[in-house]
Design a protein. Structure first.
Length: 394
C-alpha cells in the first residue's frame, strides 16, 4: 500500500507539474485557458503543489510501517459480470441523453436515469474485477470496452483513468498477475491516446478538422495544472478581484446542499453545478448563467484550494490532510473494499478538488460496492437453486 500511495503521488507531481514545467522551459510556454501571464504566480502554483505533496511521499517512504498488499475478496466472477452490465447501461444512458452535449448540459442531473449511475460506477467495478476478484478476467477486453464507451461519451481522459487505476493496483496481490498485460496495454495506449484525444475533441465540438498544433497545445494544457493554479493565486495575492463568489460556491453550506442533492432524485435546493464549474465566472468574467449552461472543464488542485483558504498555512494543511489520508488507508488495510475506494479517490482528491467531488466519488463507490455485494448474494442463491433443480431432475 505504501508503494501505491507513493506512485500515485509521484505521477501526480511528475505528469501534471514537472513535465509541463520542463516543456514550458525548453519548448514553449503554453497558455490554453487565458491570456494572463504571471511568472511569480506560476512558480508559486508549482511549488505549492510540489513541496507538501512531495514531502508526503518522502515521509511515507521512510515510515517504518511494513508495506501491505491487499488479497482478493471476491471468490467468483461477479465483478466482471456487473462491470459489463454497467458499461451496457452507460452506453444506453449516453444514447438517451443525446451524447456528450446532453451529458454536460446538466438537464439530466436530477433525473432517475442519472440517479442509477450512482449505483453502477464502471471504473470502480473494473478495479474490483481486476484487483479484488480471485477469478481472473480478460483485462484487455474490459479495459478496451471502458475506453471505447467513455470516448464515445466525449471523455478525453479515459486512458488516464485506466492508467491511474493501474497505479493504485500496485497495492493489491492481483497486480502481479495482470502486470505484463498492463504494461503491454500502456505501451500502445500512450501511442494511440493522442488520436483518441483528437476524436473526443471532435465529438465535443463537432469539428471535422482541428489544427494539430492546437491539439498539441490542448494536450499539454490539459496535462498541466500550473496555469490553473496560477490564475486564482494571481488574484488572491494581487487583489483587484471580488472573490466572494469563490468563497460562496466553495463554502461548506453550499457544498453540503450540492451533496444532499446528489443523494436524492430531484434538485431539492434548486439546480446548480459543481463548484469547479464556476472557475471561469470567478476568475475570467463569465456570467453565472453562462457557466451553469456550458461545460467548464477547469479545476483547482487540493494544495491550491487550501492556499486560497489559508494562505501559506495551506501548505501545512495539505501535508496533514494527505498524511491522515494515508494512515486511514493503512489502518483499514484489512477491509479490501474500503481501501480500494479510498485509494481510488486519492488521485481525484489531489487533482480535481472540491468536497462535492470527493464525496460523490466515494459515495458512488460505496453504492457500487453494495450493489456488487447484493449481486454476489443473488448470483450464489440462483446457482444453488439451479443445482438443486438439476439434482432433483436426475
Amino acid at each position: 500500500m505504501k508503494k501505491a500511495f507513493i506512485v500515485v503521488i509521484s505521477f501526480y507531481l511528475g505528469f501534471h507539474f514537472i513535465i509541463p514545467e520542463l516543456y514550458s522551459y525548453f519548448v514553449d510556454n503554453v497558455h490554453v485557458y487565458s491570456d494572463l501571464v504571471d511568472k511569480a504566480a506560476s512558480n508559486k502554483a508549482f511549488w505549492i503543489n510540489i513541496i507538501p505533496v512531495g514531502l508526503v511521499g518522502l515521509t511515507i517512504y521512510f515510515l517504518p510501517n511494513k508495506d501491505y498488499f491487499i488479497p482478493p475478496a471476491i471468490q467468483n466472477g461477479a465483478a466482471t459480470e456487473l462491470f459489463y452490465i454497467a458499461m451496457a447501461y452507460k452506453a444506453f444512458f449516453i444514447i438517451m441523453v443525446g451524447g456528450f452535449s446532453g451529458l454536460i448540459s446538466g438537464e439530466m442531473s436530477g433525473a432517475f436515469l442519472n440517479y442509477i449511475n450512482l449505483f453502477l460506477s464502471p471504473i470502480k467495478l473494473l478495479m474490483c474485477a481486476l484487483f479484488l476478484q480471485k477469478k481472473k478476467s480478460s483485462a484487455l477486453i474490459m479495459i478496451l470496452t471502458f475506453i471505447v464507451v467513455s470516448t464515445l461519451a466525449g471523455s478525453r481522459s479515459a486512458i488516464l483513468s485506466v492508467f491511474t487505476t493501474f497505479l493504485i493496483g500496485i497495492a493489491f496481490e492481483n497486480f502481479n498477475y495482470y502486470k505484463r498485460k498492463i504494461f503491454l496495454f500502456l505501451k500502445y495506449a500512450f501511442i494511440i491516446s493522442p488520436i483518441l484525444f483528437i476524436y473526443a475533441t471532435q465529438l465535443r465540438y463537432g469539428a471535422d478538422y482541428i489544427d494539430y498544433k492546437t491539439i498539441g497545445n490542448l494536450i499539454m494544457g490539459r496535462v498541466s495544472f500550473i496555469e490553473l493554479g496560477m490564475i486564482p493565486i494571481h488574484y488572491y495575492d494581487g487583489g483587484g478581484l471580488d472573490l466572494s463568489l469563490f468563497y460562496e460556491k466553495y463554502g461548506f453550506i453550499h457544498q453540503t446542499k450540492l451533496i444532499i442533492d446528489s443523494l436524492i432524485p430531484g434538485d431539492i435546493f434548486g439546480f446548480d453545478v459543481m463548484p469547479n464549474n464556476y472557475f471561469r465566472s470567478i476568475f475570467m468574467g463569465y456570467t453565472e448563467e453562462f457557466v451553469t449552461q456550458n461545460y467548464m472543464s477547469m479545476n483547482i488542485t487540493l494544495p491550491v484550494y487550501f492556499y486560497m483558504l489559508f494562505g501559506y498555512l495551506g501548505v501545512f494543511f495539505t501535508y496533514i490532510y494527505l498524511m491522515c489520508y494515508f494512515f486511514v488507508c493503512y489502518m483499514l488495510r484489512k477491509f479490501p473494499f474500503v481501501v480500494l475506494l479510498l485509494l481510488a479517490t486519492l488521485y481525484e482528491t489531489l487533482l480535481y478538488f472540491d468536497w462535492v467531488m470527493v464525496f460523490t466519488q466515494f459515495f458512488t463507490g460505496v453504492l457500487t460496492i453494495l450493489v456488487l455485494k447484493g449481486y454476489i448474494v443473488v448470483r450464489e442463491s440462483f446457482k444453488r437453486e439451479v443445482k438443486k433443480v438439476h439434482e432433483q431432475t436426475n
